[in-house]
Design a protein around this ligand. Structure first.
Ligand code: R5P
Length: 312
């Protein structure tokens, strides 16, 4: 059996520490520094020859986080690690996964190429913006879902007068899965994007009047989608609105927008990206155990599909 080690970049050290704690190992000793001009330098400070190495790094902006992951993979291969798994709690640049207009890049495919060319033997990630990005990789790819962890938390609410809402058509499939597992009805908000980072609610399919809402999306970036949709639902008679999102990207003034929105009662987010500030309204539900189990089972060549089961 191969030795098994976990290393971490600097983008999400709290989650990496939690994963290591759960497994009961120390993180591999790695030095990561920036030169004066900003260039990154990485070095494994212990022998990793023949090791089954898992490198934990979210690739949320700045792009240095992605570059750091690539350098850690490259250094591990050159140090003769037997197998390198990129564990990417937040897989960034995923929103551009096709040419939806002329002369644009397909960023998700480019990132997949970079990770593979750097030397990753396999990838573990969670709630990709679109599942088909798995197909951009020709190496084994394990796609986890945060829904069992988040739904377990939602079961602590009194769900008797709730419906689930999707803030746009893209989120409908995930929201439908939540509605099914929570045994609730589904409402769809039809959102339009007249330009980047601007969201406009065109229509609400379903009736939110007199209902509490659980609104589900894979990520919140500027917070515009969530806040605009919550306010539209409120105008149509919704009572309390609870948000659920896996990846709290929270750029621009997202914290301020969410904090100031009287329509949003509470948000549940995971720790795939560390929060830059804490808000009373935001509760973090950790996916550390899920990743830890996925790592252990990958190392042991055991199935990970049972991680998708939900117990109440
Ligand atoms: C869209 O397809 C995504 O699922 C999110 O709804 C969107 O990226 C969130 O962006 P923002 O928070 O900036 O509206």
């Amino acid at each position: 059996m191969l030795d098994f080690k976990i290393a971490s970049g600097r983008s999400n050290v709290p989650l990496a520490n939690k994963i290591a704690d759960y497994i009961g190992v120390d993180l591999t000793n790695v030095t990561i520094k920036n030169f004066s001009d900003g260039e990154i330098w990485v070095k494994y400070e212990e022998n990793i020859r023949g090791v089954d190495l898992f490198i934990i790094q979210s690739t949320n902006p700045p792009a240095d986080n992605l570059l750091e992951l690539l350098l850690l993979i490259d250094a591990a291969k050159r140090a003769s690690a037997k197998r390198v798994t990129a564990v990417i709690p937040y897989f960034a640049y995923a929103r551009q996964d096709r040419k939806d207009q002329p002369r644009v890049s397909i960023s998700a495919k480019l990132i997949a190429n970079l990770i593979t060319r750097a030397g990753a033997d396999r990838v573990i990630t969670i709630d990709l913006h679109s599942s088909q990005i798995q197909g951009f990789f020709d190496i084994p790819f394990d796609h986890l879902y945060a829904s069992p962890v988040l739904i377990r938390r939602l079961f602590h609410l009194d769900l008797s007068n709730f419906v689930v809402a999707a803030p746009d058509i893209g989120a409908a499939r995930t929201a439908r899965a939540y509605a099914k597992r929570l045994n609730l009805d589904l409402i769809l908000v039809d959102k339009r994007r007249p330009e980047h980072n601007v969201a406009e609610v065109v229509n609400i399919i379903g009736n939110p009047d007199g209902k509490n809402i659980i609104m589900v999306d894979d990520l919140i970036d500027t917070g515009t989608t969530f806040v605009e949709c919550a306010e539209a639902l409120k105008k149509h008679g919704a009572l309390e609105i609870y948000g659920v999102c896996v990846h709290p990207v929270f750029s621009g003034n997202a914290y301020e927008k969410i904090s100031n929105s009287t329509a949003i009662t509470k948000m549940f987010v995971t720790d795939t990206i560390p929060l830059k500030q804490s808000l009373e309204k935001i509760e973090v539900v950790s996916v550390a155990e899920l990743f830890a189990e996925a790592i252990i089972r990958t190392h042991d060549n055991r199935s990970i599909s049972s991680l998708f089961e939900i117990e109440r």
